[in-house]
Design a protein around this ligand. Sequence first.
Ligand SMILES: [Zn+2]
Length: 204
Amino acid sequence: MSRAALAPFPTELRVGVPDWLREAQAAAPEYLGTRAERFALVNALAERNVEEGTGGPFAAAVVDEDTGAVVALGVNLVLHANVSSMHAEVVTLGLAQARTGAWNLGRDVGHRRVLVVNAQPCVMCLGALLWSGVSALEFAADGATVERITGFDEGPVPGDWREQLVARGIDVHQEHDTGAEAALERYRDLVESGVTARYNGSGA
Ligand SMILES: [Zn+2]
């Protein structure tokens, strides 16, 4: 049996933000006070992520519920980072935690912060948001729509996932008719035409 040579053990795990996202972050409004504004931005970032080839058709924001201040903006960076867990929610929660200097975003330390995503969280991201301290989740496309359009597997998400979040003090709101399907359809079209590589596993 041959043994392939591996690179030395890495001593850190770093995920950088691609240049286009850095520019989009700088250009984004400081405040997103309405759901319409929040979904317009995450939908646009999700579509841009597909066009740039940096990840799947997913984007997220962490917003202060009281003031509308944007704490973090992120996208799915699985392809950019070559890390399978870099879904939009994980990336954006991590960026928010880096910016605030605290792993706990909130509800039990005096902040109400909402995680806004263009699609329902997959089974992994459901856990990530549970442990982040956010006080609410707002999403647009549901998991079945994501799977139908993109072919992604969203994992074994419990049927009572909304109730499970609410039971832990996290409000859940689905916003309909935001145009969230456009990024998903664009991704599907690019995969089918061979422009973008599909990665395995979950997407949102
Ligand atoms: Zn996910």
